[in-house]
Design a protein around this ligand. Structure first.
Ligand code: PEP
Ligand code: MG
Length: 311
């Protein structure tokens, strides 16, 4: 039995009625790609590429980024990896990328906004990713998309770079982490292959609570009904367009959050490496009907505390 428990993390997360939820990992490095596989991750749902830019004095070259991506694909041995393009700004500051002092960095030049201002950085990164994409199932994902202009600009640059390096077709997705993206999700869904909900930022922006705030951060609960309703709306828009939805924020790795997200129609949960086994184990204890029922009751709540009291 001990051995069976240890091996369970390598089995898929199949609900009691046969519905499967994909459980993949959030990673930031080659070492974590290896650990993710060892922990039972079915791939990578979020590669935070900004970690390759932190703790150094200069930006990584195309060759370095290419090597890192290749080494991760090798570690994943055929499993899929979603590479999120640079998400710097907000709380993640990089000394050699001079950024203006901002009153509200989380509302400032962050994520895709920086990449569209610093196209040189963006193109170098895209070249590295697209060159590595011949080695396995890589998907590209843009962070912090707030407007259609941003998505279309990012896609156009990606396509130019793809043709430049002679890479094959690649799946493109976007993070849903800003309420405007939820409200426009039906339109965005026609432009991408998948959505991944960043519940950390979606919660921060929905409730207007700084996710790093010393006193208020507790209020930023990803299970707040307002956030769950935004997620529901996102899934409905995705379903209408026939694309799939994943989630990669903190609540995907919370066992109760994992069940509610599954019940809301999220098909892929990208979680921290230590959470993989527990999330898979929890998903296996319920049926999709039970998950949908829990999600429906959570959607009807008016307080995060009521959602948390449901089980
Ligand atoms: C999120 O915002 O939920 C997310 C997964 O991205 P990050 O935590 O890197 O901002
Ligand atoms: Mg985010």
């Amino acid at each position: 039995q001990v051995i069976a428990d240890r091996l369970a993390c390598y089995q898929p997360a199949i609900m009691t009625d046969g519905e499967r939820i994909e459980v993949v990992a959030n990673i930031g490095s080659v070492d974590e790609a290896k650990s993710a596989v060892e922990a039972g991750g079915e791939g990578v749902g979020l590669l935070r590429t900004e970690f390759q830019f932190l703790q150094r004095d200069t930006e990584p070259s195309e060759a370095e980024q290419y090597e890192a991506c290749s080494a991760m694909m090798k570690a994943l041995n055929g499993l899929p990896m979603i590479v999120r393009t640079l998400d710097i700004g907000g709380d993640k500051d990089v000394p050699y990328l001079p950024m203006p002092q901002e009153m509200n960095p989380f509302l400032g030049v962050r994520g895709i906004r920086l990449c569209l201002q610093r196209e040189d950085l963006f193109r170098t990164q895209l070249r590295a990713i697209l060159r590595a994409s011949s080695q396995g199932p890589i998907r590209i994902m843009y962070p912090m998309i707030a407007t259609m202009e941003e998505l279309l600009a990012a896609k156009a640059i990606t396509e130019e770079v793809r043709l430049e390096v002679g890479a094959g077709p690649i799946e493109i997705g976007m993070m849903i982490e800003i309420p405007s993206a939820v409200m426009m999700a039906e339109d965005f869904a026609k432009e991408v292959d998948f959505f991944s909900i960043g519940t950390n930022d979606l919660t921060q922006y929905a409730l207007a609570v700084d996710r790093m705030h010393p006193q208020l951060a507790k209020m930023a609960d990803g299970l707040h009904p307002s956030v769950l309703r935004l997620i529901r709306k996102t899934v409905e828009a995705a379903d209408a367009a026939g694309i799939w939805v994943g989630a990669c924020g903190g609540i995907a790795g919370d066992p109760m959050g994992a069940v509610i997200l599954s019940g809301l129609g999220v098909r892929e949960l990208s979680v921290s490496i230590p959470a993989i086994a527990a999330v898979k184990a929890k998903v296996r204890t319920v049926s999709m009907d039970e998950a949908r029922d829990l999600a429906a009751r959570a959607l009807a709540c008016t307080k995060a505390s009521d959602v948390r009291a449901l089980v």
